[in-house]
Design a protein around this ligand. Sequence first.
Ligand code: ZN
Ligand code: ZN
Ligand code: ZN
Length: 369
Amino acid sequence: MFSQRIDRVRAAMADADVDVVMLSVGPDLPWLIGYEAMALERLTMLVVPAGGPAELIIPAFEVPRVVEQPDVFSIRGWTETENPVALVAERARGARRAAIGDHTWSRFLVALQHELSTTSWIDAGQVVGALRAIKEPGEIERLQAAASGVDRVATALQSGEIELIGRTEAEVSAELGRRILAEGHAVVNFAIVAAGENAASPHHHAGSRVIKPNEVVLCDFGGTTAEPEGEPGYCSDITRCVYTGEPPTEFVEAYAALQDAQALAVNAAVVGASAESVDGVARQRLADAGLDQWFIHRLGHGIGVEAHEDPYLVEGNATPLAAGNAFSIEPGFYMPERWGARIEDIVVATDDGPLALNKVSHNLAVVGN
Ligand code: ZN
Ligand code: ZN
Ligand code: ZN
């Protein structure tokens, strides 16, 4: 798997006229070799020269954490008194164009730019990100497992198994987190719980607000799956809303339009459709219901080893969807000081049509009666 990915990176480097790729913290490195660099001041960097073998420059005492793959890369541990930037620069000396991971700390990039003063630099997203956006069958299986895990948590939410009324958003968020971990995830990436007027803020931070009867509760949660040592985890991301009592007609009608917009957008996410056209389908349906002014964010984002990655479903992105693209479809409406709602599924574009990985009901569940 990883040696094939290195081959694909080398081919992409040739296409992009790049002489060397350098990857440090962030999702590119675990995707490419299965190792995730510690986000610390000690530099870990994989150097992939176009013409030579790949080498992982890493703090010597972290070498035991690496699952070795001699056919993919070699390891050069650096001791506390060595200069890792010099070790990287040595291996990239003479490169005309370098691609560096977009999560790399600027302190290392600035130091490398000083060492390699004639090299021009691009974001490795242009080389590695484009490959990551097309999922392999094994990656889609892992995304499906991640989605099924959070589907089960959403089912518990919709059935009333997760108590809401009388608890704070933060308490419910913590319970969602525990359940995400129990469903095969190694990490909780976020568990937004937004009650009543707080649901009007798309990225509301769950706080001390106590959930009351007769209000909407928006829950948006996801994590990264647990995988065997040396393999990257994959992300889940789902949003469902429940109502703690009988919802008022105005909300029911708005939610019905939202549900329709979400379903229409999923169906529109076919191979060859532009990313922005899918966003446009949901936006038009909400406009027909007079709600588009409250749909204040893009329709969706790609997902994989990273929770948000290419492709982005947003006006202005005319890139056609390709088979293997995995992304969220998550329209919403947000009315300040009143309420809000969002419905989010992860969808894969396939040659047989859009495949929604989340299968849990989209209906507005009434809980707490
Ligand atoms: Zn978001
Ligand atoms: Zn989400
Ligand atoms: Zn999302």
